[in-house]
Design a protein around this ligand. Structure first.
Ligand code: HEM
Length: 508
C-alpha cells in the first residue's frame, strides 16, 4: 500500500514538474512571439551537448545551418532562454553598434576568493573597461617588434628539435609540438622564464597549463546558472594548485628583476610598469603617458591574473591555428609548395626573418585566415545583455541578463557566404573577395570593443612557427589522421579528437 502511494506521489511530482517546465519555464519565447527551437524537458535544447554527442562548436553550427533564415532565434539551455543571432547586421549591432547594451560575457569572476579570475576575459563593466584601456598599449606592433627576438629564437629551437625526427621519418603529433612552442614563447614573454617545453615536453609548465582547462563539471554548471551560490559559499572555480603555481612564478620573477635591476623588452616588463606607474610607456617618445587620467596601479594579483590569461588565451588558440594550417597544407601539396616559395623568396630577398619581413608574406596571411575560417579555435562568441534594448530593424526585445550566442563556426561554414565551405582555399582572402563579403562573416577574433586583444601577437607567433618549419621541412599527412577531422567533443577550443599526425622530411 505504502509502495503504491509512493509511486502515485512520484508520478504526480513528475507531472507537476513537467507541466511547470513545459508551460511556465519554456513559455518565454512563445509569449514573446520569437521563433524558437522546440525544447525537451528538462534539458531544453542542449541534449546532444549534455550527452557529449557533439562539441559546442558543432552544436551551434548545426543550429545555425538549420535556422539561419531567422535572423535570430531562441533556444533554452536547461531552463534559461538564450538568443542565437545569425544575421551579420544584427551581429554588428550586438558586438559594436550597441556595445553599451552588451558589454559583458557573463563568465564567472570572483576576485576575492579566486584572484586569477579577475582578468580581461571575465571582468565586467567599468572594471573591464579600465583594464582594457590600460592593457591596449601592451599589444601595439611596436611592442611586439621588441619581443620578436623571443619568438624567432623559439622558432629556431623548434626546428632544431624536429631535425632529428625528420631524419627518422616517424610521424609527429603536430599540435603537441606547437603547444610546446607557444608555451615557451608565452612563458618567456609573460613570465620571464625559459620553460624549456620544446626540449622536454612533459614538464611542470605543460602540466599546470593543462590543469587550467580542467573543469569541475558541477561547479561549471553552477557558475553558468546560479553564480550567486558560488559567491555565497566562496567556492573557487580554479584549482588552488593552478592559482598557487602561476602566482608564485610571477611573484618570484618580478622580485628577481627588481632586485637585479633587470629590464627586458617583454610583457612582464609592461605589467611591472602597470604595477609601478599605472600606465605603459608609449612607443612614441612625444607622448607623455604619465599625464593619463587612468593611473590606478595594478596590484600584484591583478597583474598575475592578466599574465595568467595571456598564457591561457594565447598558447592553445595559436597552436591550434598553426596545426590546422599544416593539416590542410599536408593535404594540398601544391598550396604547400606555393607558400614555401613565398617564404624562400622573401627570406632570400631580406637575408633574415624580422617583423617587417613577416608582414611581406601575403600568401602566408591568407593561408592562416583560411585556416581560421575553416577551423576557428573559438567557435562561438558570447555576450550578456547589460541594458534592455529592442534590436533595431526587428521586434526582438532583449531584456537585461539575456544570454546571446554568435555561432562563428556556423557563419564560417555557411555555403551561401563561403561556397564549398569544406574546401581549403586561401584565395578566398584575396582583397576583392574579402571586400565583397559582409565584414561580420569572418570573426575568428570576435569584433567590437571586446575583440581579442592579442590577435596581432597570435598572428605573429603562428607565422613565425610556420615560417621556421616550412623553410626547412615538407609535411605530409600520416594515415592515422582522419579527413575530415573528428572534433573533440570535450575540448573548449575546436580541436581534432585524436590529434593531427604528420610526417616530416627535410626540404633541403
Ligand atoms: C590565433 C590566436 C587567437 C585566437 C583565434 C583568439 C580568439 C579570441 C576570441 C574569439 C576572443 C573573444 C572576442 C569577442 O568576444 O569578441 C578573444 C578574446 C581575448 N583574447 Fe584572444 N585569440 C588568440 C590569441 C590570443 C593571444 C596570443 C592572447 C594574449 C597574449 C589573447 C588574449 C585574449 C584576451 C585577453 C581576450 C579578452 C579580451 C577582452 O575581453 O577585452 N588571445 N580571443
Amino acid at each position: 500500500m505504502v509502495f503504491a502511494e509512493l509511486i502515485v506521489t512520484f508520478i504526480a511530482a513528475l507531472v507537476i514538474i513537467y507541466t511547470y517546465y513545459k508551460y511556465v519555464l519554456f513559455s518565454y519565447w512563445r509569449k514573446k512571439g520569437i521563433f524558437y527551437v522546440e525544447p525537451v524537458v528538462p534539458i531544453g535544447n542542449i541534449g546532444s551537448l549534455v550527452t557529449n554527442k557533439v562539441s559546442l562548436g558543432e552544436f551551434f553550427c548545426d543550429l545555425y545551418i538549420k535556422y539561419k533564415d531567422h535572423r535570430a532565434f531562441g533556444i533554452y539551455t536547461f531552463f534559461k532562454p538564450n538568443l542565437v543571432i545569425t544575421d551579420p547586421d544584427l551581429i554588428r549591432v550586438v558586438l559594436t553598434k550597441e556595445f553599451n547594451n552588451f558589454h559583458d560575457r557573463g563568465i564567472f569572476c570572483n576576485e576575492k576568493v579566486d584572484p586569477l579570475t579577475g582578468h580581461l576575459i571575465a571582468l565586467s563593466g567599468k572594471k573591464w573597461r579600465n583594464l582594457r584601456v590600460k592593457m591596449t598599449p601592451t599589444f601595439t606592433s611596436g611592442k611586439i617588434k621588441q619581443m620578436f627576438a623571443i619568438l624567432k629564437l623559439r622558432g629556431e629551437e623548434l626546428v632544431s628539435s624536429l631535425e632529428s625526427v625528420a631524419q627518422t621519418g616517424d610521424p609527429i603529433e603536430m599540435k603537441d609540438w606547437f603547444k610546446r612552442y607557444t608555451t615557451d614563447i608565452i612563458m618567456s614573454a609573460v613570465f620571464g622564464i625559459n620553460s624549456n617545453c620544446i626540449e622536454k615536453g612533459d614538464n611542470e609548465f605543460q602540466y599546470w597549463g593543462k590543469r587550467i582547462f580542467k573543469e569541475h563539471p558541477f561547479w561549471s554548471v553552477l557558475s553558468a546558472f546560479m553564480p550567486q551560490v558560488l559567491d555565497f559559499f566562496s567556492i573557487t572555480m580554479l584549482d588552488r594548485g593552478v592559482t598557487k603555481f602561476w602566482t608564485q612564478i610571477f611573484r618570484d620573477n618580478v622580485e628577481y628583476r627588481r632586485t637585479h635591476n633587470i629590464v627586458k623588452d617583454d610583457f612582464m616588463n609592461l605589467l611591472i610598469q602597470l604595477m609601478e606607474k599605472g600606465y605603459v610607456e608609449s612607443d612614441d617618445v612625444d607622448i607623455d603617458e604619465s599625464s593619463s587620467t587612468n593611473k590606478n596601479r595594478l596590484t600584484l594579483l591583478q597583474a598575475v591574473a592578466q599574465a595568467f590569461i595571456f598564457f591561457a588565451a594565447g598558447f592553445e588558440t595559436s597552436s591550434t591555428t598553426a596545426t590546422f594550417c599544416l593539416y590542410e597544407l599536408a593535404q594540398q601539396q601544391d598550396l604547400q609548395d606555393k607558400l614555401c616559395k613565398e617564404i624562400d623568396e622573401t627570406l632570400k630577398k631580406h637575408g633574415e626573418l624580422t617583423y617587417n619581413v613577416l608582414n611581406e608574406m601575403t600568401y602566408l596571411h591568407k593561408v592562416i585566415n583560411e585556416s581560421l575560417r575553416k577551423h576557428p579555435p573559438i567557435p562561438n562568441l558570447i555576450r550578456i545583455c547589460t541594458e534592455e534594448i529592442t534590436l533595431p530593424t526587428t521586434n526582438i526585445h532583449v531584456p537585461k541578463g539575456m544570454a546571446i550566442t554568435i555561432p562563428i563556426f556556423g557563419l564560417h561554414r555557411d555555403p551561401s557566404i563561403y561556397p564549398d565551405p569544406d574546401k581549403f582555399d586561401p584565395e578566398r582572402f584575396n582583397k576583392d573577395k574579402v571586400a565583397a563579403r559582409h565584414p561580420y562573416t569572418f570573426l575568428p577574433f570576435g569584433e567590437g570593443p571586446r575583440i581579442c586583444i592579442g590577435s596581432r601577437f597570435g598572428y605573429v607567433q603562428t607565422k613565425v612557427g610556420l615560417v621556421s618549419l616550412l623553410s626547412r621541412f615538407k609535411f605530409k599527412l600520416d594515415p592515422r589522421t582522419t579527413v575530415p577531422i573528428i572534433i573533440d567533443k570535450k575540448s573548449f577550443v575546436l580541436a581534432a579528437k585524436d590529434g593531427i599526425y604528420l610526417t616530416i622530411e627535410p626540404r633541403k
